[in-house]
Design a protein around this ligand. Structure first.
Ligand code: C2O
Ligand code: CU
Ligand code: CU
Length: 573
């Protein structure tokens, strides 16, 4: 403890860092029709300098927080007013491939992309960011990112702080490198400037009660080892994709790029005190970017690595001034939160193996990359994996490189089975979409690839260190429905699926969002409308065709929604 306090004091005095800027809290957009406009701008992070940035709506850097309710059907218009192409990906959210915003869904300059999807995710914090092929680091560095907070009834029933901006605080933690002209340098390893919600040298006033901090590591490369300068115990209540079963107490929390965590911090009785959110880089084990040595034991370090003042050192990130409590403060830490039901290993019907390696051996064991997955660099034209629709899969990730990589997959939330043979710690036992695979270790997770299939549009998996991703440490997979005869997403991402198909008696139809359905029509193989069936929209979100005595043969079901149509080929035995 003495050592830590000493270090913190040292850095405070050596750099005489003062936290003079009030933390920005991104404004909130709610509802089911959301407009996002991406634009370039400038921000004066340093007096007298204008840094070129990218922001959404009123912001020149980052964007508003989308606050969505689970179960809602949302229409989002994403307008690109920049001179460059971009994409916007909903990181962590379970949406169909064409709504996912990966590198294939480009938004050319002057155009608008309009994804429409139902929010199926559990209450947690997700985020949106550029995913443009080879330019993700560049665009995200400039600010093309924002938060998504999903609410659901389970979370709403708990006694938790949820006054956004008062006792429920989003913290987008980033490090940035600036060049001499105070422009962002996305490729520099000297990312020693800390931005929180885009605020440099930030302070925040928090009430003397239990507060909820929603942390996201939105840095491009660096891992953080969070703690508080008073060594306070805090409680992690949520992971990337949902609440934990119960709060997990801790004094340090490691987050890799892309990862999120919700924590409760009890400031009761501390009015008038000042503490700091601190990054304990000296305590990050070697082998992680941000540790004293980014390379695991036995490997040389990255040249110039130690000239970044953040690497391997402890540094305060943000000042917290404890203020008076609010009118009805939360003062307790709940004892339990939700029921977490990991998918049992016995449910898996396939194991997929991914091995990370330097692209070329030699030259310092390729510490700087590029890195490959199963020997391949990302290629827009190559589908690396085809996952059968509804498969439950174990992914076996082995890291044969000298440094740890945070692996992220789209479409699913997964459960970690083990990290080098050891079950995950309690704070990682919930729903996750990023997992760190340490050097020379193997991580296994299990996930179900349900609800969405598309024979044409892939999802991505990749390292979330954005330079690694842009350098090709990424692959793409189709979720393929081998039982569907025709392409299902016939227009603008209207997803529909019939089962069983062929059918003996009747079909059930799953539609992306049954609430958006306008008409459903059944016709026979020669296009004549079939009047004899009863088409019923069910409360569970499905459509059923009660077809009684329909003759054997081929039929087409045309589903029209507010956003387009889907045509399903149905076969009656
Ligand atoms: Cu956060 Cu594929 O991305
Ligand atoms: Cu993602
Ligand atoms: Cu990596």
């Amino acid at each position: 403890l003495f050592f830590l306090l000493c270090n913190t004091g040292l850095f405070t005095s050596v750099f005489s860092q003062t936290f003079t800027n009030s933390l920005a809290i991104p404004s909130v957009l709610t509802g089911t029709n959301i407009n996002l406009s991406i634009h370039t701008g400038t921000v004066s992070f340093y007096p007298g300098f204008n840094t070129n940035t990218i922001g959404f709506n009123a912001y020149n850097y980052l964007g508003p927080t989308l606050m969505l309710n689970k179960g809602d059907s949302v229409h989002i218009n994403v307008s690109n007013t920049m001179a460059d192409t971009t994409t916007v990906h909903w990181h962590g959210m379970h949406v169909s491939p064409s709504n996912d915003g990966g590198p294939h869904t480009v938004i050319p300059p002057g155009t608008t992309w309009s994804p429409k999807f139902k929010v199926r995710d559990d209450a947690a914090m997700y985020w949106y960011h550029s995913h443009l092929h080879m330019l993700t680091a560049e665009q995200v560095t400039k600010g093309e990112a924002g938060l998504v907070i999903v609410k659901d009834p389970i979370e709403a029933a708990l006694t938790l702080p949820r006054n956004y901006g008062t006792d429920d605080i989003p913290l987008v933690v980033q490090t940035r490198a600036f060049d001499a002209a105070k422009q962002f340098d996305a490729m520099s390893a000297i990312d020693s400037v800390i931005l929180i919600n885009g605020t440099k040298d930030a302070f925040v006033n928090l009430p003397a009660q239990v507060v909820r901090l929603r942390l996201i590591n939105a840095a491009t490369m660096r891992l953080f080892n969070f703690g508080f300068s008073n060594n306070a115990t805090f409680y992690q209540i949520g992971t990337d994709g949902g609440l934990l079963a119960a709060p997990v107490s801790m004094t340090r929390l490691r987050l890799a790029p892309g990862e999120r965590a919700e924590v409760l911090l009890d400031l009761t009785g501390m009015q008038g005190q000042t503490i700091y959110l601190t990054n304990y880089g000296s305590q990050l084990p070697n082998g992680y970017y941000g540790a004293p040595n980014p390379a695991a034991m036995g490997f040389a370090t990255i040249p110039g690595y130690s000239s970044n003042g953040l690497n391997g050192t402890d540094k305060n990130l943000m000042q917290i001034n404890v203020a008076a409590p609010t009118a009805s403060p939360v003062t307790t830490i709940p004892s339990s939160l939700t029921v977490v039901t990991p998918i049992p290993q016995s449910a898996a019907n396939f194991t997929r193996t991914k091995t990370f390696a330097p692209k070329t051996m030699g030259g310092g064991a390729g510490l700087n990359g590029p890195f490959v997955i199963n020997g391949q660099s990302f290629d827009m034209m190559v589908i690396n994996d085809t996952v059968p629709f509804n498969n439950v899969e174990i992914w076996n990730l082995t890291n044969n490189t000298a440094i740890a990589h945070p692996f992220h997959i789209h479409d699913v939330q997964f459960y970690i089975i083990d990290i080098n043979g050891v079950a995950p710690p309690a704070n990682m036992a919930g729903r996750k979409d990023v997992v760190v695979v340490p050097s020379q270790q193997t991580v296994r997770f299990i996930a179900k690839f349900e609800n969405f299939a598309d024979p044409m549009m892939p999802y991505m998996y990749h390292c979330h260190m954005l330079a690694h991703e842009d350098d090709g440490m990424m692959g793409q997979f189709l979720v393929y429905d081998y039982f569907a005869g025709i392409k299902e997403n016939t227009y603008n991402a209207v997803f529909a699926k019939a089962y069983p198909n062929p059918a003996d008696i009747s079909w059930s139809i799953i539609v992306e969002d049954v609430n958006l359905v306008k008409t459903v029509e059944l016709s026979n193989a020669i296009g004549q409308k079939v009047e004899s069936v009863k088409i019923v929209t069910n409360y569970d979100g499905t459509i059923s065709i009660q077809n009684g005595n329909l003759p054997t043969g081929v039929y087409y079901l045309k589903i029209s929604t507010v956003s387009g149509t889907a045509t399903l080929k149905l076969i009656k035995n």
